[in-house]
Each structure stands twice: as structure tokens, then as C-alpha cells.
Design a protein around this ligand. Structure first.
Ligand SMILES: *Cc1c(COP(=O)(O)O)cnc(C)c1O
Length: 364
């Protein structure tokens, strides 16, 4: 009886024990060590890893801890390297977080709806339960709705801000308040942060020991094809993920490209400004189109657009070669289509196509 009460007692986040959140088999793992990771410098002949001796660098395995790249990312984002995990896209970090914490058939994760679907896919792969919380009419999280879903087997809660597919940023105060009352990890996915005026949650890493912030090079940095994501978290959590991750999960070509882009971030900033300008133009045009019911405000590089009737729009666009993302099956997103902001020419063609459909709609 006493024991039961002690286990069920709500946890105090200030006493958060990261070890408690980690699955027992992962706790027991020893980090993978290559012979080279033990080296103290001064060794120049590498006969330890069965690599090919001929080549210009790609013949060698990459640094499993990506120290040079972490230093550059850390300097740019103002986060210490000890708090960083890099992944083959941020998707890989989401996967590692779930696999490290969620015991199949027992534990659960909380996601919001509408939200990014990958959290659910990966939690299902792990055999974890997914608890969905609806955002309110304004696509904002309501604190009690999230707290109500928590039990002693809730390991993770995901917040996507700016949110995909709705485009808006979530109320940071609600996320902070939730993090303070939740004894699991709070993952704040900032894939679209560069397009937003919102401040990064990375500044709360000291105050919120259960916080994990995810960012990516796939969107603003234009490197979706190279696969690079970053997770920022407590050093203890970094140690856990370092044990779980495949040793060479970020390749040398990707690291070299990211280093190059970080040397001149102005290019990224110019791209972002242009995309935001384009977004404003498309938003205005779409708001005037008769086929459109509502354009949701966006802090990202896409717009969620509610049409009067989404299926014929999808069909027509496909016929003329414009691929959009149908989100109309998601609760709260009826007749909604997600439209990524393209180049000037691409956007021009999109708007032309939408305007062509005007004749089928009454100007109400
Ligand atoms: C695009 C996106 C990502 C990025 O995934 P990568 O694996 O880094 O390409 C992460 N989260 C959300 C919400 C996204 O929309």
C-alpha cells in the first residue's frame, strides 16, 4: 500500500532524474568505442578500422561525435557542445529519444493534434502508446488538456512550434508551465524557427532540465537532401543518446557542407527573408481567391489554407503538375491543404492556377 502511493506520487520536476526516464536495457549499455576514440593524439597511422588507405578523406570514417561541426553550430546558436546531439535529420533524434525512453507495451508519449506526424509513427514503431491532445480553435495548447493525459508511464511530450501543418507558433508560456509540472522529457521541435519571430527554447535549457530542443538543416538551411538535425538537451541526456546512436550517423559530406554554410549564414538569412516576403504575397493573393475559405497565419515556410472544397483543388493541381499536401483528414483541418512557399516563378504559377478556379465559385 505504501509503496503504491510512493510510486504514484506526482514527481517534482526540480528533482527530475534523467536516469529514471531511461529504459533499463539502455541504462546498462556501454558507449560504442572505436579504437580511435581512445587515442590521445600523435597517432598518424590508422590501421584500426579496416578502411581503405587510398583517398582524400572520404576513405576514413567520420568523427562519431562531430566535434568540429558541433563547435560551429554551438558558436552560431549559442549552445554548449556538451548539450548537443547531431543526427541524420532531426527525425533520427526523435527516434533515438523514443527508443531510449519508451518501454514497448508500457510507456506512452503525448503529441498534439494537429501536429507533426513523425512522433506518432516512431512511437508506434517502438510499441509505445500515443496520447493525442487537440489544440484549441486557435491551434494553441491548453495546459489542463495536456496535464490530464500524463500518467506515471508518460515519458515524452512533443510540442512543434512553429507547428506543422498549421504554421503558427505555440504559446511558449503553456509549454514552459507544462514542462515545470511534467516529470518526463518535453521535446520542443523548432524545425521552422528561422522563419519565425519566436525566440528559441534553447535559452530555457538551464531552467528546464527536462527540455529537449530540436532544430534542423532541412528547411531554412536548404539541406534536406544532406540529412542533418540537431538536438539540444542536458549533458546527461546527450550521454544517453550517444550510446544509442549509430556511431557514424552523420557523414563527412554532410558535415563539410554544413560547416561551409555556417561560415556564411547570410545566404540562409537571405533565403529566409525572400521566402517570408513570398509568403506574404501568396497569403494576400489566396485571401482574395473565391476558392479559399481561410488562410491561417504562418510563422513558417508554408501556409495552411482552408478551401471551400479541398479534393477538386488537389486533383486540379496534380493534373497541372503542382503537388500540394492534403491535410484535410486531420481533425481540425477539414478541407485544408498545406502549401509550401516556392520560388517566385513557382508561386506565380500556383496563384494563377488558383485564380483560374475562381469561375467555379460564386463571389460570396
Ligand atoms: C521538416 C520537419 C522536421 C525535419 O526533419 P529532418 O529529419 O531534420 O529533415 C522536423 N520536424 C518537423 C515538424 C518538420 O516539419
Amino acid at each position: 500500500m505504501r509503496l503504491e502511493q510512493e510510486i504514484k506520487k506526482p514527481h517534482n520536476y526540480a528533482m527530475l532524474n534523467i536516469n529514471q526516464l531511461i529504459r533499463p536495457n539502455i541504462r546498462k549499455l556501454k558507449p560504442y568505442q572505436s579504437a580511435r576514440s581512445l587515442m590521445q593524439g600523435g597517432a598518424y597511422i590508422f590501421l584500426d578500422a579496416n578502411e581503405n588507405p587510398f583517398g582524400d578523406g572520404l576513405n576514413r570514417y567520420p568523427d562519431p561525435y562531430q566535434k568540429e561541426l558541433k563547435a560551429a553550430i554551438g558558436a552560431f546558436k549559442g549552445v554548449a557542445q556538451e548539450r548537443m546531439v547531431l543526427g541524420n535529420g532531426s527525425d533520427e533524434i526523435i527516434d533515438m529519444l523514443i527508443r531510449s525512453t519508451v518501454e514497448p507495451g508500457r510507456d506512452n508519449v503525448i503529441v498534439h493534434e494537429p501536429g507533426f506526424s513523425m512522433y506518432e509513427v516512431m512511437a508506434n514503431l517502438q510499441g509505445g502508446e500515443v496520447r493525442k491532445v487537440r489544440l484549441n480553435e486557435a491551434f494553441q495548447p491548453e495546459l489542463p488538456a495536456f496535464l490530464n493525459k500524463v500518467d506515471e508511464h508518460t515519458k515524452l511530450a512533443f510540442f512543434c512550434t512553429p507547428n506543422n501543418p498549421t504554421g503558427n507558433r505555440l504559446d511558449a508560456e503553456v509549454i514552459k508551465a507544462f514542462a515545470q509540472q511534467f516529470n518526463g522529457l518535453v521535446v520542443v521541435d523548432e524545425a521552422y524557427i528561422e522563419f519565425s519571430m519566436q525566440e528559441s527554447f534553447t535559452k530555457h535549457l538551464d531552467a528546464l532540465p527536462n527540455l529537449v530542443v530540436l532544430q534542423t538543416f532541412s528547411k531554412a538551411w536548404g539541406m534536406a537532401g544532406a540529412r542533418l538535425g540537431a538536438g539540444f538537451m542536458q549533458p546527461e541526456m546527450v550521454e544517453v543518446l550517444n550510446k544509442v546512436k549509430p556511431p557514424y550517423n552523420v557523414n563527412k559530406l554532410t558535415m563539410a557542407e554544413a560547416l561551409k554554410r555556417l561560415e556564411e549564414p547570410e545566404q540562409m538569412q537571405r533565403d529566409v527573408e525572400e521566402i517570408i516576403e513570398e509568403r506574404k504575397g501568396i497569403e494576400e493573393s489566396l485571401k482574395r481567391a473565391f476558392a479559399v475559405r481561410h488562410v491561417f497565419p504562418s510563422d513558417a515556410n508554408f501556409l495552411l489554407v482552408q478551401f471551400k472544397d479541398a479534393p477538386p483543388i488537389m486533383d486540379y493541381m496534380e493534373v497541372i503538375g503542382i503537388i500540394l499536401r492534403d491535410r484535410s483528414n486531420i481533425p481540425g483541418c477539414e478541407n485544408c491543404i498545406r502549401i509550401t512557399i516556392g520560388s517566385f516563378e513557382e508561386n506565380f504559377k500556383l496563384i494563377k492556377a488558383v485564380n483560374k478556379l475562381d469561375m467555379y465559385y460564386e463571389s460570396d
